[in-house]
Design a protein around this ligand. Sequence first.
Ligand SMILES: N[C@H](CCC[C@H](N)C(=O)O)C(=O)O
Length: 284
Amino acid sequence: MRFTKMHGLGNDYVYVDCVRTRPPANPAQLSQAVSDRHFGIGADGLILICPSERADARMRMFNADGSESEMCGNGIRCVAKFVHDHGIATKSRLTIETGRGVLGLDLEVRDGKAVRVRVNMGEPILESAKIPTTLPGDPPVNAKLVAGGTTFEVTCVSMGNPHAVVYAGDEFFRTDTRDLVAELGPKLEYHEAFPRRINAHFVRVHSPSEVTMRTWERGSGITLACGTGACSVCVAGVLTGRTGRKLLAHLPGGDLELEWAEADNCVYMTGPATEVFTGEWPTA
Ligand SMILES: N[C@H](CCC[C@H](N)C(=O)O)C(=O)O
């Protein structure tokens, strides 16, 4: 099976062109195999680029554990780049069908290749967090929960996939945050309040327009960037009054520009998309 390795700010996936080749029989199992960084290709998961009746292409995204997600922000930028650069639809404005509907993307093309993409990620879905205790006065998306002996104040936002945003103090970012994220992330991912599990983000606010964030992803663990997560952080900042509608998010793999637009209530995310190499995987 021919594959293309791509990443958005180091959030890397194995991409398979299922527009022009037959889709894998068991993508969940394939994702687990190719994602393994020692016995496979090494990735945060697998993304299939499929035909669509409603858009220029359809994205199906599988985490490293084989679970399928409704949406992937860094992934959709790379899908758009692949669709453009590999001649499926050589337009600078594309539509991609996802688990949360058809999304529109604008590509920045340089020397015939897409280098950066602005995605209309759609409206945030402010699912009320079904968590026992809610902070007094806050909308149902804010809640306090205890997980594994740790008390978290979370703001839950869905971008088609579920996110819990935790505002962490400076001490969180002074120590080796990787250990802390690895300790606290799973407690939130598997908390009983989130029957479909959840992506967890730990955020430090620098100003109303700038944050640093660390992510524990549902189904993939620590990643260098999370596009839908950055969108949820932008929305959570507005909901909690910590940040404004335009936000620069610093992630370990680089920066994303976010805007939760007042005019159409949609979240816009802008960032790079990079192709690394292509290869052959022995068809399982
Ligand atoms: N782990 C996520 C999917 C990938 C999201 C992330 N890589 C992004 O760029 O949005 C989930 O299960 O909802």
